[in-house]
Design a protein around this ligand. Structure first.
Ligand SMILES: Cc1cc2nc3c(=O)[nH]c(=O)nc-3n(C[C@H](O)[C@H](O)[C@H](O)COP(=O)(O)OP(=O)(O)OC[C@H]3O[C@@H](n4cnc5c(N)ncnc54)[C@H](O)[C@@H]3O)c2cc1C
Ligand code: SF4
Ligand code: SF4
Length: 434
């Protein structure tokens, strides 16, 4: 049994952290380095969350692997953190200090003997949309989830289970690491406090029908732009038109795509202006003769990043156009055309581009597609927030609790870890919060 459990009347000393992104890893390490036992549960095949899918990240435009790698090293050095990937929380009962949590694992079909040699991928023929690249390209049905994946262990996709191809994949493995008979499993843990760090998902751009996301491969979202610019992405880092592979030198960024709009996401996601500035920098670095047009309502670059904004603003090949486009259509030339009215000059425009990037917002995972198996206080948008009255032993960290950048996510993770430590050490009881 994975956990010895709590005895009647005693607080469980173990903290559960749900979700494997930067917030979760940070919260887990902070608690473990203070001497607490931590269980970390991630429903995907690898840790890292959406930060690992970024090409580079502001403020310094460094590679996300740097920050994540440091955390992986801290985790390796700390035996108090137990990690379960391809696992989620199926049930929570009990109360603060004494929860019983049921963890459910889904089959990876590859066990811990895997050396990541790749022979199984060579034996596979079926290709599936690559989830790590948001389906922009395909991968073999036996795959490593990403470069620098933690754990470094392959996955056999459910699409081939039960086929002769799966038998060939198993036969190709010299280490007896492929387990085609693995099934879903559940087990219980005794837990003192829970940190929900379930993060976010990109808002579904196909719901903004006027922007024709489904009608042209050259209309992409901001998260897809991160993969397009990444050396591990579908074009090995070349910012190209998905329709024909040509250089994308005339690029439009559409701010607030579905955000600050009561028909979609009513709130401001806080980071997508900065993300688009970053994307403009990617394009300008790659092509000296490129032109980027940023269509915006207002640019919200918070104080630390004002200098980054001013740098882009000073570039004569980056244009800031104050306008919320009314429509994006596919023109007679096959390119996406952005249509609307410039609210400064009153000009009615229709401009063709090689590539249009929709700056879609961050929607909490707990708003759609995932319902936590326990009542949690949530705001009108689905973010998990303190309920203002009781400390129930459950806290949120990272974008599960609000639209944060990485540094704010890590700060909220540290705060959540501190409060969870206080619960398992018995140093706070029910408290009122404002
Ligand atoms: C286009 C774009 C560019 C960005 N660029 C930057 C940047 O340059 N710099 C910056 O500071 N910020 C940037 N951000 C913001 C940054 O991505 C977030 O701050 C960061 O991802 C927050 O991390 P997180 O751990 O809270 O959530 P996530 O990264 O979403 O991680 C959550 C994890 O939880 C897992 N999970 C979800 N539900 C469950 C469940 N039920 N059970 C178990 N596991 C679950 C997920 O699989 C995932 O691994 C950008 C955002 C966007 C949209
Ligand atoms: S499952 Fe086997 S063949 Fe595939 S990468 Fe792992 S060790 Fe290699
Ligand atoms: S950060 Fe910018 S693009 Fe994103 S919702 Fe706010 S104002 Fe719109």
């Amino acid at each position: 049994m994975p956990n010895s459990g709590s005895e009647s009347g005693l607080l469980s000393q173990t903290i559960l952290v749900v979700g494997g992104g930067i917030a979760q890893i940070s919260a887990a390490l902070e608690a473990a380095e203070c001497g607490c036992d931590v269980v970390l549960v991630e429903n995907g095949p690898t840790l890292g969350g959406r930060v690992s899918q970024l090409s580079r990240y502001f403020p310094k435009l460094c590679h996300p692997a740097c920050g994540l790698e440091i955390n992986y090293r801290r985790r390796k050095a700390n035996p108090r953190v137990r990690v379960y990937t391809m696992a989620g929380v199926a049930d929570v009962s009990g109360s603060r200090g004494n929860f019983t949590v049921t963890i459910k694992t889904t089959p990876r079909h590859v066990n811990a003997r895997c050396t990541a040699c790749g022979d199984c991928a060579a034996a596979a023929e079926t290709e599936i949309p690559n989830p790590f690249n948001y389906g922009l390209d395909k991968i073999k049905a036996a795959y490593l989830p990403r470069e620098h994946a933690f754990p470094q262990r392959y996955v056999i996709a459910p699409e081939v289970i039960g086929t002769e191809e799966a038998d060939r994949i198993r036969a190709a493995c010299k280490y007896d690491a492929v387990d085609l008979d693995e099934r879903e499993a559940t087990f219980e843990l005794a837990i003192g406090a829970i940190i929900w760090a379930t993060g976010w998902q990109p808002y579904d751009a196909s719901r903004i029908t006027a922007y024709s996301y489904d009608r042209s491969p050259d209309i992409i979202t901001n998260v897809e732009m991160e993969r397009l610019a990444h050396h591990g992405g579908p074009t090995i880092g070349k910012i190209a038109r998905p329709s024909n592979g040509e250089d994308a030198k005339r690029v439009a960024m559409i701010q607030c795509a579905g955000s600050r709009d009561t028909n979609h996401l009513a709130y401001c996601s806080a980071i997508c202006c900065l993300a688009s500035l970053k994307h403009a920098a990617y394009v300008r670095e790659q092509y000296a003769d490129s032109i980027v047009d940023i269509y915006y309502i207002d640019i919200r670059a918070h104080d630390k990043l004002e200098a980054f904004y001013n740098r882009l603003r000073a570039d004569p090949q980056v244009n800031f156009i104050k306008s919320k486009p009314g429509a994006i259509v596919v023109g007679d030339d096959g390119r996406p055309h952005v249509c609307g009215e410039d609210t400064v000059t009153n000009e009615i425009y229709e401009r063709g581009y090689d590539l249009v990037v929709l700056a879609t917002g961050m929607q909490p995972s707990a708003a759609e597609g995932y319902t936590p198996p326990v009542a949690l206080a949530r705001d009108d948008y689905g973010f998990i927030v303190p309920d203002g009255v009781d400390d129930d032993g459950m806290f949120s960290a990272g974008v599960a609790g609000g639209p944060f950048d990485v540094s704010s996510s890590v700060q909220s993770a540290t705060a959540a870890a501190l409060r969870a430590i206080q619960v398992v050490r018995g140093s706070i009881s029910t408290v009122a919060t404002e």
